[in-house]
Unconditional design. Structure first.
Length: 332
């Protein structure tokens, strides 16, 4: 009798162990579900905590295999919108209110993981053999390395997956102190949804959004200077001067020291047409806007202004760090 009871207990323990999915099994299931869908639509909210005040954005994503993407980013409570579109012609960042379209010859989002694109999240999980999985009754939680351009400042991410649906519910991107800096909370995710190539045409978006923006043009009549608020002990502002050309003003700030760079800024000049402008490099998410980054420069538009930072000494991560800190303020 005792032997029979022991056999039953051992069998139960064996079955229980067999029924518990391993980390590799869960990652494989997630990768198949997120990456093998012919397309999807999703909505999410994104909270960015890297500035003085948290900023919240509504994000909507379309993806159709193999390489069509459309990401719409709206600050909550505002009408200003930015679009990232990948189609057969390339990658575009569209800012309708500013009447600006930047075109990139880029592999985005493949080489630059984005927390709101579930395919790249699955790739992140597959890429990090040291990822750690924990679980409770309803959720798998993975802690792993990021693969975005800002991985030095934001090296860690946590991905939470619902056990029933095997879909992501939340992603937290953490700094070195394990403080949440970017939080993505997913709403509805519809797998299997496909759109036609026409739905990803940039002209369609710009034409539609241009009508909305036509009566609400952004005009910066007061040229207030913006400064980086990042505090690098051995890098200081050494020169500030204004250049006027054809009635336009440009302010140039020179910072020297261990991490030297130059920041240029000027009001945006508006046209009546939205024409794509070729931008070298890759799209760069600054939290509050999307810019263009290369090995030695970063450019972006915000608040009716265009900004450009150049440096032969800063890394891409440091360029992003400076750009994300730029705001309308006085130097300390």
């Amino acid at each position: 009798m005792k032997l029979r009871l022991l056999v039953v207990v051992v069998c139960c323990l064996f079955l229980a162990a067999c029924g518990k999915a391993t980390k590799d099994e869960v990652i494989e299931d997630v990768n198949k579900k997120w990456n093998e869908a012919k397309g999807y639509e999703l909505s999410a909210s994104m909270e960015v905590r890297t500035g003085a005040e948290p900023r919240i954005y509504d994000v909507k994503v379309w993806h159709t295999k193999p390489d069509f993407y459309r990401v719409a980013v709206n600050p909550q409570g505002e009408t200003e919108q930015q679009l990232i579109v990948r189609n057969e012609e390339g990658v575009f960042v569209v800012t309708p209110a500013l009447r600006k379209t930047h075109k990139f010859q880029s592999e985005w989002p493949k080489q630059n993981s984005q927390a709101y694109i579930i395919g790249t999240l699955a790739d992140d999980l597959m890429a990090d053999s040291k990822a750690v999985m924990t679980e409770d009754d309803s959720t798998y939680t993975f802690e792993l390395a990021t693969r975005n351009v800002d991985q030095t400042a934001l090296p860690i991410q946590q991905i939470m997956v619902d056990k029933k649906t095997m879909l992501p519910t939340k992603v937290s991107v953490l700094d070195e102190s394990l403080q949440e800096q970017v939080v993505i909370t997913f709403g509805e995710i519809k797998l299997g949804v496909q759109h036609t190539a026409k739905d990803y045409e940039v002209e369609k978006f710009t034409e539609k959004e241009e009508k909305k923006a036509a009566s609400a043009d952004v005009v910066n009549t007061d040229f207030s200077v913006y400064y980086p608020t990042i505090d690098w002990a051995h890098t200081k502002l050494t020169e500030e001067y204004e250049v006027k050309e054809d009635g336009n003003s440009r302010v140039i700030l020179t910072f020297e020291g261990e991490k030297p760079f130059t920041l240029m800024q000027q009001p945006i000049q508006y046209d009546n047409m939205v024409l794509p402008v070729f931008s070298p490099g890759d799209p760069a998410d600054l939290g509050y806007t999307i810019g263009a980054i290369t090995d030695h420069s970063i450019q972006w538009d915000k608040d009716g202004m265009t900004f450009f930072i150049a440096s032969t000494k800063l890394s891409k991560e440091e360029l992003l760090e400076v750009a994300a800190s730029v705001q309308q303020s006085s130097m300390k």
